[in-house]
Design a protein around this ligand. Structure first.
Ligand SMILES: Cc1cc2nc3c(=O)[nH]c(=O)nc-3n(C[C@H](O)[C@H](O)[C@H](O)COP(=O)(O)OP(=O)(O)OC[C@H]3O[C@@H](n4cnc5c(N)ncnc54)[C@H](O)[C@@H]3O)c2cc1C
Length: 510
């Protein structure tokens, strides 16, 4: 629908009063933009979402009455510097207060229940995500050195006093020695340390595919280190600051629902695609289509936020400057298959008991999450859904086409073949497999994406149209979407002449 260029004449002239703010896209960044605008007293706003439901890649659905997270399914307790995320999570009733040492406290039911993770390696399940099981002394030593190196980066402060790897990422130190890490791949970083361990390679590759849909050989070393260093994951820091996982039966759809509840029913519409946006200095005109009825209409707004994925922006806004077009054109997105595997009981396992996250060593998938883990509390034996994740990270254009063209039987067969290695009785327990295909799932933080010249251009407003979505900063994370939405909303507030104290104090003068 977006690929076909639209002219102004394709839409009737705008009728009705001008909006203060129009938000295009009802994913996390668009919803956070709306939340920020309303917090500053802007009520004359409208959020438009092309999908049937709000949420974007944090979409939740139901299967036979059970909640299912088709996209994002967890966040972590945000690090101390993530000011805007703290404010949001307090307002959404997730963070309930802070202890005397400043550590956030959260609603206990939102904390991931244990056991957290297990790994299928060498023919059996082992507790946690430690690929050292059965490894020789040399590899165990390399894994330990890597862990120490990530601890060093977690605690590292730049000369400017900022954390080396902060969240949101734009709060990070600006030291050039750190930013140069964005020119390397993570594989080059590991080899530069003389670490040649297949198990370490697997661990880091798994983490990058899991969070960024990008492999070890592709991902920027800055992004690869950020995964391990932005939160206080190391058990040696456990008492200093929590890094616990927060999750819900419907995944981040829970946060979406709470954000949506902040909007009045007249402030958002789904099943509306914005096909053409004409931004000028003091006004934005938008040509829209109701995808249910086919009705075209136009809107005018004093300010607007584009919170869709940025590769689609040139189809919607014509005449973008050449360098900005180039920066957007350079973005690459992985594709992603999510399979909801309904089972009559948990399949048999050798070794460690079932966990929330069940990871298969050496698989191109990420394994599966026991989706109703939170709901049932203890991992019982009853009927449940296993949410299987397969990011397609290489040759993404071809992978995307195959994801679309190959049928249900093909993909269900792939899922079963992968699960069979860890669960020989899988055929006996599977009742049904539902698939969700994400064509452009996540922006890939390849070298240069985070701190290269393009990153500045991805932020650049087009007249009164500001850009949000986590593509602006380059890491596909809830916290980045939250930051990007709030930043775009604050640009709108400035345009509307509504001075309000920023929620992004961590940006400082940058
Ligand atoms: C399978 C999967 C698992 C993930 N897991 C996690 C996780 O566990 N934790 C985590 O933090 N992150 C996860 N992510 C990353 C997730 O993408 C981000 O956390 C975040 O939700 C992105 O939000 P966004 O607003 O930037 O973009 P999107 O989610 O892409 O939202 C953009 C929205 O804009 C709409 N839109 C676009 N163009 C138009 C238009 N022209 N008109 C109207 N509407 C339009 C789209 O339909 C969409 O709803 C996952 C992503 C995927 C795909």
């Amino acid at each position: 629908m977006l690929r076909q260029p639209r002219q102004a004449g394709d839409f009737p002239p705008a009728s009705g009063p001008i909006l203060d703010a129009l938000i295009i896209g009802g994913g996390v960044s668009g919803l956070c933009a709306a939340w920020r605008l309303r917090r500053a007293g802007v009520e004359n706003l409208l959020l438009l979402e092309v999908g049937d439901q709000l949420g974007g890649t944090a979409l939740a659905g139901t299967l036979q009455g059970r909640p299912v997270a088709w996209g994002a399914h967890y966040i972590n307790i945000p690090p101390a510097e993530a000011d805007c995320v703290h404010t949001l999570l307090q307002d959404l009733g997730v963070i309930t207060g802070y202890d005397a040492a400043g550590r956030p406290q959260v609603v206990p039911e939102y904390l991931l229940r244990w056991p957290h993770e297990r790994l299928f390696i060498e023919g059996q399940w082992t507790e946690d995500l430690d690929p050292g099981a059965g490894a020789g002394a040399g590899e165990v030593e390399v894994l330990r050195q890597f862990e120490d190196d990530m601890l060093r980066w977690t605690l590292y402060q730049g000369r400017d006093g900022r954390r080396a790897f902060a969240l949101p990422l734009r709060y990070s130190s600006r030291d050039s020695v750190l930013r140069e890490l964005d020119q390397l791949t993570m594989l080059q970083y590991l080899r530069g340390k003389n670490w040649n361990s297949p198990r370490l390679d697997w661990l880091v590759d798994y983490a990058c595919r899991d969070d960024y849909g990008t492999s070890l050989a592709q991902v920027s070393a800055w992004a690869g280190i950020h995964y391990h260093a932005c939160r206080y994951y190391d058990r040696r820091l456990h008492d200093q600051y929590p890094a616990d996982t927060l999750t819900w039966p419907e995944g981040n759809g829970f946060l979406v629902r709470r954000l949506a509840a902040k909007l009045a029913s007249a402030q958002w519409r789904s099943q509306v695609a914005v096909l053409r946006v004409e931004p000028s200095g003091d006004e934005v005109r938008a040509g829209c289509i109701d995808t249910r009825t086919g009705e075209c209409f136009s809107l005018r707004a004093k300010s607007a936020v584009y919170a869709g994925k940025l590769h689609t922006l040139p189809s919607v806004v014509q005449g973008l400057p050449g360098p900005q077009l180039q920066a957007l054109g350079a973005l690459s997105y992985c594709a992603w298959l999510v399979a909801a595997v309904q089972v009559s009981r948990l399949p048999q396992s050798r070794g460690a008991p079932p966990a929330w996250d069940n990871v298969l060593y050496g698989s191109s998938s990420l394994g599966y999450v026991a989706a109703d883990h939170q709901q049932q509390g203890a991992l019982g034996q009853g009927n449940r859904v296993l949410l299987y994740h397969l990011p397609l990270v290489r040759q993404v254009a071809q992978a995307r086409r195959q994801l679309l063209e190959r049928d249900h039987a093909f993909w269900a067969g792939q899922v079963m073949a992968d699960l069979r290695q860890a669960h020989p009785d899988i055929e006996e327990v599977v009742e049904r497999i539902d698939l969700y295909r994400w064509g452009h799932a996540m922006v890939q933080p390849l070298p240069g994406v985070i701190w290269g010249e393009g990153s500045r251009l991805r932020d650049q407003a087009c007249g009164a149209l500001s850009l949000a979505s986590c593509d602006t900063t380059g890491l596909p994370l809830f916290e980045e979407a939250c930051f990007a939405g709030i930043r775009a909303a604050e640009q709108c507030l400035a345009r509307l002449g509504k001075g309000d104290e920023t929620l992004l104090k961590g940006l400082g003068d940058g």
